[in-house]
Design a protein around this ligand. Structure first.
Ligand code: ADP
Ligand code: MG
Length: 199
């Protein structure tokens, strides 16, 4: 079972990998966006980490709801409200249980991803974060390692796609041949689940 500490470790591990990969995320966003994705997420997850250190949220749902709120209020750009919605919706779906199963997390994340699709209007194949998140949720039944692999594959598979949502879509065909920054950061978020599980 996964308790509030697991979810705190998940957010801390995400913050650490976003920090480590910030330059790469920004480089990807400079090719098909406005070169701020790394700094946007770094600002957001730094705020998430300090909020979680200050307030002792004692359920998985409360940890994710607080994290989502921080992302919405601190990240400028499209990705803040989208990631914020992902975590808030997921947290809401987990309710006030003190511990949840991996199956419950998978179900809740599916509600979160549905929330992102409803807010941003993107479907799989539009070259967005959805292309990493949706396959990861499907793979989660087979464990965190399978989810990580699916998210990473999904992110890499955005390269030949033409963007149909977000800033990259303004480039039309010129968005082809570049990996999507948001799908890349979503793969970091999913990979951090495995790190959190390792303790
Ligand atoms: P901005 O585009 O406002 O500069 P960021 O650079 O932080 O915001 O994030 C860009 C990423 O956000 C994209 O790579 C894409 O994955 C994701 N994104 C943008 N618009 C959407 C959308 N409508 N639905 C889902 N994801 C989106
Ligand atoms: Mg950007």
């Amino acid at each position: 079972m996964l308790d509030a500490d697991f979810f705190r470790r998940w957010m801390a591990a995400t913050a650490a990998s976003v920090h480590r990969e910030a330059d790469r995320l920004t480089a990807l966003d400079s090719a098909i966006g406005d070169a701020d994705h790394g700094s946007n997420l770094q600002r957001g997850f730094t705020a998430v980490r300090s909020a979680l250190e200050k307030e002792a949220q004692d359920t998985p749902g409360a940890v994710l709801t607080l994290a989502g709120r921080q992302l919405i209020s601190t990240v400028g750009g499209a990705s803040g409200p989208l990631y914020g919605t992902l975590l808030r919706r997921t947290g809401k779906a987990l309710g006030d249980a003190a511990e949840v199963s991996t199956e419950q997390l998978a179900e809740a994340l599916r509600a979160g991803v549905d929330g992102v699709m409803a807010l941003g209007g993107a479907a799989p194949g539009d070259k967005t974060m959805i292309d990493a998140l949706a396959p990861a949720v499907d793979a989660l039944a087979d464990g965190f390692a399978a989810a990580r692999a699916a998210a990473e594959e999904g992110a890499v598979a955005t390269t030949p796609l033409q963007a149909r949502k977000g800033r990259a879509s303004y480039l039309g065909e010129r968005s082809i041949g570049h990996q999507d920054p948001g799908a890349t950061s979503s793969a970091l978020l999913i990979a951090a689940l495995e790190e959190a599980a390792e303790g």
